[in-house]
Write a protein of this length. Structure first.
Ligand SMILES: Nc1ncnc2c1ncn2[C@@H]1O[C@H](COP(=O)(O)OP(=O)(O)OP(=O)(O)O)[C@@H](O)[C@H]1O
Ligand SMILES: [Mg+2]
Length: 262
């Protein structure tokens, strides 16, 4: 039987006897976001447009298939998974309830990228069973975005990812009010089997490919190893053939019949 998980924000009294949410609101530092290439919160930044297009494609998949939990992965480390996850989640959260969950337990970077407080418990603490999930969450001020990042790198990632606490949480999140889209920042596909453990709880994968770096054979192996979890889209990141070089994305989303989307 599935454990019940309390994902709703609860209230407690502060010293002034006012209700304050346990999921605190947080305003990231804009200069830090800019330095870390987090553009998804900035509607006027031209670099946000590819993420607006990605979100539209993803929402089309959400509406047509009813699937709402998507992992962002790549074959190798450093291809841009976290960059895409954060910016896509930010862009989505401007128009749709969104939850960003970090499950790269060995090399977490969401907290630093967004400048989140370091002491708050994280997804790693939840998976270890030391805190309820809602205590790992921050709400990004002014956006419909909840973030649960990993607090500390964990060598025992496979043990934590194999815990029933992960499927229990995702099952609970599927049922919460507002039907949020859940973006999961994952480890690379072929470095170890962490992604296999994650793939059992997600509905689809956005594959980040780095031009001239991701080997075709390894990419095919990664896609095969994820089967039956479908690839719902792919992002060509840091395209060397684009005029703007580093900051451009070629991307496309495969139609369901080609990707095998459920
Ligand atoms: N399109 C881009 N333009 C410029 N820099 C980028 C782009 N995508 C990623 N980067 C930078 O490349 C570096 C690696 O990106 P990122 O950390 O997102 O990759 P990752 O796949 O999550 O890495 P890891 O496997 O270590 O988790 C970061 O410094 C990031 O800011
Ligand atoms: Mg990463």
């Amino acid at each position: 039987m599935q454990a019940e998980i309390d994902t709703a924000p609860v209230v407690r009294l502060n010293r002034a006897n006012e209700d304050v949410p346990v999921m605190p609101d947080y305003s990231p530092d804009r200069d830090l976001l800019a330095a870390n290439l987090v553009v998804g919160f900035e509607p006027m930044n031209e670099r946000v447009h590819p993420f607006f297009n990605m979100r539209s494609q993803l929402l089309r998949a959400v509406h047509s298939s009813g699937k709402r939990v998507f992992g962002v992965t790549s074959v190798q480390p450093g291809n841009g998974k976290t960059h895409i996850s954060i910016n896509l989640a930010a862009a989505l959260s401007r128009i749709y309830p969104t939850i960003l969950i970090e499950l790269d337990l060995r090399r977490p970077s969401v907290g630093n990228r967004l400048g989140l407080p370091q002491l708050q418990p994280g997804m790693d603490d939840y998976l270890m069973g030391t805190v309820p999930w809602r205590e790992t969450c921050l709400r990004i001020h002014g956006f419909d975005l909840t973030v649960s990042r990993v607090r500390d790198p964990r060598d025992n990632a496979e043990e934590l990812l194999a815990s029933p606490r992960l499927p229990d949480l995702i099952a609970s999140l599927r049922g919460i009010e507002g039907s949020p889209v859940i973006i999961v920042d994952t480890p690379p596909a072929l470095v170890n089997d962490d992604l296999m453990l994650i793939s059992r709880v997600i509905d689809g994968v956005v594959m980040v490919v780095q031009e001239a770096r991701t080997p075709k054979r390894a990419l095919l192996d990664a896609i095969n190893s994820l089967n039956p979890t479908p690839i719902v889209g792919s992002v060509l990141n840091m395209s060397i053939s684009s005029p703007q070089q580093h900051h451009d994305y070629g991307y496309y989303y495969m139609p369901p019949e080609r990707s095998g989307a459920r």
